[in-house]
Ligand binder design. Sequence first.
Ligand code: COD
Ligand code: ZN
Length: 368
Amino acid sequence: VIRCRAAVAWTPGKPLSVEEVEVAPPKAGEVRIKIVATGICHTDDHILKGSLPNVEFPVIPGHEGAGIVESIGQGVTSVKPGDKVIPLCLPQCGECSFCQNPESNCCQKSHFSEPQNLLPDKTSRFSCKGKQIHHFLWVSTFAEYTVVPEYAVAKIDAAAPLDKVCLFGCGFSTGYGAAINTAKVKPGSTCAVFGLGGVGLSVVMGCKAAGASRIIAVDINKDKFAKAKELGATDCVNPRDFKKPIQEVLTEMTGQGVDYSFEAIGHADTMIAALASCNMNTGVCVMVGVLDSEISIDPVLLLTGRTWKGTMLGGWKTRECIPKLVSSYLERKFNSDLLITHTLPFAKVNEGFELLRAGKSIRTVLLF
Ligand code: COD
Ligand code: ZN
């Protein structure tokens, strides 16, 4: 058993509490990882608020980390102690029908099929003050050591800087893949990206890499626009600057509406606006954000031919593709470092959340 620091969410609505926790050794088929760096994603804030379904308290959040294998359980063959890895909040078991389908990445061992609050044997490896602590999406990267199933670990290049590639555990991969894999943005096309956080700005990078000729970035916080332009946005629009609905503004700007729209905020109204912003016939709208409520839409929006899709971790088959993305990063095919605005010691995790809520950070990376 290892004793180390972790940030525990004891109940919804309270800040995280940095505690000493016990982390049990990995059982058969599991890997214990020393987390070196972890990003703060808005989804972690949803946990703290208690607004994410199927999460059980007390819990150790965090799902955007990178680290080094400390020890392995019986039967683990794909990684060994000392390997650099990214724990995967979307696993790739390799055996289910979705893993075997080349078109899909939503492994049936994902949290959506069965809550991942405990490891597959239905026990936790974490305890604190005599209490069992739950895992989050198995990965719980706000802990100095964490235990995950082997099929939720991606081995990456030994040269990868862990304080940078931790973003590939969620934000960068989700946004970049939403453009490249889910929307399959074509060269010369027009795109609109709603929400310029770490995820939305990664969508902007994906649209640019795919050769989009116009990328319209939409946010109510104009302080996000400079970074969006740096990453490839050609126009920046603040919905609050207009009286008419943003979908009308975008339709006027583009004639018929954009070819591809993306929602990376997680609100019902912006999801409908994003859908209505892509052109009525061949337009494709990708939902990246998780909803805070249900939505109802006019079916005519789809009847005319629009496509409305969602994406899980950008459509990447995680164990296979995340290491390749890391290699592309090392070859400087894109610069995801630009998303990191703050780096803080782990003890300042709550300060990191304050920066996110205040709209002052894109990604804060916490270092153990
Ligand atoms: N109109 C325009 N922009 C808005 C509005 C609005 N009404 N409201 C908020 N925004 C902007 C904010 O100013 C901010 O710039 C941006 O939206 C949101 O950015 P962040 O930094 O708060 O959030 P991210 O990028 O870390 O995460 C956004 C998600 C939508 C991905 C996240 O909240 C979410 O829903 N995650 C679950 C879905 C998912 O795919 N998860 C993958 C694993 S996490
Ligand atoms: Zn995330």
